[in-house]
Design a binder for this molecule. Structure first.
Ligand code: ZN
Length: 317
């Protein structure tokens, strides 16, 4: 078979398997409400099936022919199997509104969907789950609950920034503050996206540890502390890599890696960060963030950072 023919055959094979499996739908664009016919469906389950079939189609394609001249895919990720992307805000919580009069909740969803598409095309085996796929209201704890439930390896909460004046500009990456300050990182008080209220901080970490629940069990406490310290360390590593890639890809001010008591991070049992992707209130940046080009730069930076994190983590394990 010629290269062209095998490539075509592989494409048809993948398409046929996908078409058979994706009777539900493939999320691609921001919609204001669940698509018709989706009522009663457990969307994360449907999308998880979609991901598995997509991955299978790739591998079937590999079995059919390994030299069909298609562009080379990434080697894949070694350590990361599941990523949860959290499009900030949604529904009644519209987030910030900037000079372009577009609500943050729509921008974060556009960004999350674009990031999901790119991650899946570069890493066909990766499972990418969004906390919301349309404009729906969600509290902070259910976002991290979801990440914990699907046993995510990373949690990325996507946001855009706002300030009371129009001079603030640039991007910054947050991870959770602890009592111990981390050298080189700036601590800032939490803001509304990040209530410190323990009622919104997510699941009890004890659940995941499989501890007996005995308060006096020193071993369980020690184990919990070790896991928390490790989660915190890797959140810092991830935040640093994301910020670095943003510096490389986005032509705006580097506001650095910061720590804060964001409620959306507090319940997460895996490395978790908040990315503040640009200021909606800045006269120039507030318009740039609406452009496809700006979004693509963010997506490139985040995808590269995920790969860099995976490499780094695999080398440390
Ligand atoms: Zn926000």
């Amino acid at each position: 078979m010629s290269e062209q023919k095998t490539s075509k055959a592989r494409g048809w094979l993948a398409a046929a398997v996908l078409a058979a499996a994706c009777v539900a739908f493939s999320p691609g664009a921001v919609s204001a409400s669940p698509p018709s016919g989706a009522a009663g469906l457990n969307l994360p389950v449907v999308l998880s099936m979609y991901d598995r079939v997509r991955s299978l189609a790739w591998h079937l394609g590999d079995m059919v022919d390994k030299s069909d001249g298609e562009p080379e895919r990434s080697d894949g990720l070694r350590d990361i199997e599941t990523i949860v992307i959290d499009p900030g805000h949604g529904g009644r919580n519209s987030g910030a509104i900037g000079i372009a009069a577009v609500q943050e909740k729509y921008l974060t969803l556009e960004l999350a969907l674009a990031l999901r598409r790119q991650l899946q095309s570069r890493f066909p085996d990766l499972r990418v789950v969004l906390t919301r796929y349309w404009d729906t209201t969600m509290d902070l704890s259910s976002r991290t609950h979801l990440a914990n439930r699907v046993d995510a390896d990373l949690f990325l909460s996507l946001h855009y920034n706002a300030a009371v004046h129009d001079r603030a500009v640039g991007f910054e990456t947050y991870y959770l503050a602890t009592r111990q300050s981390i050298p080189g990182a700036t601590k800032k008080p939490g803001r509304p996206i990040a209530s410190a209220d323990p009622r919104v901080t997510g699941v009890d970490p004890e659940q995941k540890l499989g501890s007996s629940g005995v308060q006096g069990d020193e071993l369980a406490v020690l184990r919990r502390d070790l896991i928390r310290a490790r989660q915190h360390r890797f959140s810092g590593l991830l935040a640093g890599l994301v910020q670095q890639r943003l510096v490389d890809a986005v032509d705006s001010a580097d506001r650095g890696v910061k720590q804060a008591n964001f409620g959306v991070l507090r319940g997460a049992l895996m490395p978790a960060i908040v990315v503040e992707s640009g200021f909606l209130t800045h006269p120039k940046e507030g318009r740039q963030v609406l452009e496809e080009r700006h979004r693509q730069h963010l997506v490139d930076a985040l995808t590269d950072a995920v790969e860099a994190y995976d490499r780094k983590k695999a080398s440390l394990d």
